[in-house]
Each structure stands twice: as structure tokens, then as C-alpha cells.
Design a protein around this ligand. Structure first.
Ligand code: PLP
Length: 388
């Protein structure tokens, strides 16, 4: 995966990923499915067949070949919008109450649904996280059980900022105790946790974005449990059995299957964990009491992310210095008009505003190695020492 990052060292895999090798090779060979899969002619039918083969492979690799069906879209933002808005509109039509539950650490695509639900006069509920970025399951169950009608919970499997991971078994436990529908935001799972391909058949929806694991950009998919009463929110020509209208992105779909096959064949959780934890320990040795690793005491962490707050150094300056030295590293807070806004997850776990502006996120390639990490740390150490 490092192959396309030219002379840069890329440590921002939670933002997006370079294309994985199987996808690069396929693009180089130029064997594409370019025809409209809805066309009746031979070329159209061949495109449809390729799409069916790709989706069978994807659901098989993810272990949901029998229990779930798939619909393709442009990425998880669309998937999340589609699930929440479709279920909300349906509830409104049926004059049923609707309650949407989400966590304060969820991605903006999840939190942004609140406004639309408000317009429809439907209720949203923000659930809190603790100082380790975990949550209290009893509190969550109690809050959901107080609601009536259709209840939907967004459950982020792996957090994009902190790398904290919530096992799917927790979601299943909540489902059993509340009978709510569960949408798993699975965007950050592939290549970042050991059990990325062991999905639970009892959960209702899972959404993904291809560009997070080496497929093309502009393609994503949602898996939904067979038999779920779900009408697509994007309406038009009724492609994909009406689950999502619009001509399918055939090349994108094929790239997802190729990328997943690549992960299935090549991803080694142990190799990645060794490299990431080595890097983290070295950071701690260099910065000592001037670094705080977010989520370090969480019950489960992913394998590729270090979310660090630097108590003295300014993260803007630190990131700029790394950038000049050839390292692409993520910043923990959004920047508008030249000013960093405090990171909302850091505020939620109790950090003050100054610290919440001061985070840096290292998110490594799923194929990162200890040898690479050793070399990178020795280069970065010289830069870091100037900030202490
Ligand atoms: N959910 C999570 C956890 C993410 O990390 C992202 C992207 O960063 C999204 C949803 C939205 O994905 P996309 O921007 O590909 O639509």
C-alpha cells in the first residue's frame, strides 16, 4: 500500500487509504466492467454478472453471505443518511414514534442526522462516553428502554479519531435487552482490528466506505439483514431492488471485491500491532509526561491508531514540522479560518479546550511493520526533541 505514496510517509490511513495492490494491478491491466448492468444486451448482462460475483464475494468474506443483502452507494455518509432517513420517513408515514440513539464520539455523518429528524418532529438522543472513550451499557439500555416505537442505535465499531474499539458483542447485548435496530458504522474496521471479517448475523445494518481500505473513492456499501422492512431513501429507477436507485458504480464495486480479497489474503493483525505499539512506546519515551495517549485505558483498542495530546507542544507546529520532514500526519481537530476548533470527543471525555485543540493522530497502514516503524521513529526523534 505504500507503493503509491511517492516519497511521502503516509500516517493518515483513518482519513483515507492509497489503492491496495490488487486494485492497482487491475487498473493497470484495464479489464473493466464499463457497461450499464441494467441493460438487456450481452455487454450489460456481463456487467451485471460481474457485479453479482463481486457482491457474493464481499458478503462471503464478511461472513454474511446468507443473512444479509448488500446495496451499493457512494460511501458511508450516504449509507448512514440512507438508513436513518429511510427508517424515519417510514415511521412518520406509519404514525409511529421514532427514536435515534447515537454516541457523542460518533462521526459527523451520524451526528448530522439530528437536524433532519428535528424537522420531522422526531427524537434523537446523544449517549455519553467515559474518560476512556468507553460507555456504560446499563445506562444505554436504560435510555433506549424508556423510548417507544421504532428505535435505532448507531454503534461505531472502531472510532476514527481515537481508535477505540467496541466489540460487536456489546451491540448484540444491547439489541437483546432493548429490541432496537442497530446500525454498525463499520467504516474503520477493515485492516484495523483482528476480527474485521467476523460480523454478527443478528445485527441489522453495517456501512462501509471503499476508500478506507484501498478500493476506489466514491463507492461504499451497506449490508442489511434480509427481511428488514427498508425502503431506499434515494429514489429513481429502482436499481438494486429499490434499495438504492441510480446506475451502479460497476468499477467501484469490483474494486471493493478486489481490495477485500487482498485483505483477506494478506492482512496480519500481529504484525501491525507490533509496529504501532512500538511507535507508541517510543513516543512515550521521548515526550514522557508531556504526552497523553487518548483511549490508552479503553477496554479495546484498534491496531493502527495513536491519538495523542501534547501538553506543551502546539499540535499545529508539530504537524507542520512533520509535514516538512515528509510525514503526512492527521490533526485531531478541524481547522476553520486558520483556527483549530477543539476536538469534540476530547471535550466529551473531560479535557479542557486548550488540550482539546492539541491532538495529533497517527494512523498507520494495515501493512505497517516494526522495521519501518524503527526507521521512522529515529528520523522523527530529532524533530520531536525540538518541541520538548
Ligand atoms: N464513519 C466513520 C467512522 C468514518 O471514519 C467516516 C469517514 O471518515 C465516515 C463514517 C464517513 O465516511 P465517508 O466520508 O467515506 O462517507
Amino acid at each position: 500500500m505504500e507503493r503509491l505514496t511517492s516519497n511521502r510517509i503516509y500516517f493518515d490511513f483513518n482519513a483515507t487509504s492509497p489503492l491496495c495492490e490488487s486494485v492497482q494491478d487491475w487498473l493497470t491491466n484495464g479489464d473493466f466492467s464499463v457497461f450499464n448492468p441494467s441493460s438487456e444486451h450481452t455487454s450489460g448482462r456481463s456487467s451485471r454478472l460481474r457485479q453479482l460475483n463481486s457482491q457474493a464475494l464481499v458478503t462471503k468474506i464478511l461472513g454474511l453471505g446468507k443473512s444479509h443483502e448488500i446495496f451499493w452507494h457512494s460511501g458511508a455518509t450516504e449509507g448512514i443518511n440512507s438508513i436513518v432517513k429511510s427508517l424515519a420517513i417510514d415511521a412518520k408515514e406509519n404514525k409511529s414514534p421514532f427514536h435515534f440513539f447515537y454516541f457523542e464520539s460518533d462521526h459527523a455523518a451520524v451526528r448530522a442526522q439530528v437536524r433532519f429528524l428535528e424537522i420531522l418532529g422526531l427524537k434523537s438522543h446523544c449517549l455519553s462516553i467515559d474518560k476512556n472513550c468507553d460507555f456504560d451499557i446499563n445506562e444505554v439500555v436504560e435510555r433506549i428502554n424508556k423510548a417507544d416505537g421504532v428505535k435505532l442505535l448507531n454503534f461505531t465499531w472502531v472510532n476514527n479519531e481515537t481508535g477505540v474499539c467496541w466489540p460487536l458483542e456489546l451491540a448484540l447485548d444491547i439489541k437483546k435487552k432493548t429490541q432496537c435496530l442497530i446500525h454498525v458504522d463499520a467504516v474503520q474496521a477493515i485492516g484495523k482490528i483482528e476480527n474485521w471479517n467476523k460480523l454478527l448475523t443478528d445485527l441489522d445494518f453495517y456501512s462501509y466506505s471503499g476508500h478506507k481500505f484501498g478500493a476506489l473513492k466514491g463507492i461504499g456499501f451497506t449490508l442489511l439483514k434480509k427481511g428488514t422492512d427498508f425502503k431506499g431513501f434515494i429514489e429513481g429507477g429502482s436499481q438494486q431492488n429499490g434499495l438504492r436507485s441510480g446506475t451502479e458504480n460497476s468499477m467501484g464495486i469490483e474494486s471493493v471485491a478486489l481490495a477485500l480479497q487482498y485483505f483477506s489474503d494478506n492482512f496480519s493483525p500481529n504484525r501491525l500491532e507490533q509496529a504501532t505499539r512500538f511507535f507508541e512506546e517510543e513516543l512515550k519515551k521521548i515526550f514522557q509526561d508531556k504526552i497523553k495517549i487518548i483511549g490508552e485505558d479503553a477496554k479495546h483498542r484498534n491496531l493502527n491508531t495513536i491519538f495523542a495530546v501534547f501538553t506543551d507542544a502546539k499540535s499545529d507546529a508539530l504537524v507542520a514540522a512533520m509535514d516538512m520532514a515528509g510525514f503526512d500526519v492527521g490533526k485531531g481537530s478541524a481547522c476553520s479560518s486558520g483556527l483549530s476548533t477543539p476536538n469534540k470527543t476530547l471535550l466529551a471525555i473531560g479535557l479542557d479546550e486548550a488540550l482539546a485543540r492539541n491532538a495529533v493522530r497517527f494512523s498507520f497502514s494495515p501493512f505497517y511493520t516494526l522495521d519501518l516503524a524503527k526507521g521512522h521513529i529515529s528520523t522523527l526523534k530529532e524533530i520531536f526533541l525540538k518541541f520538548i
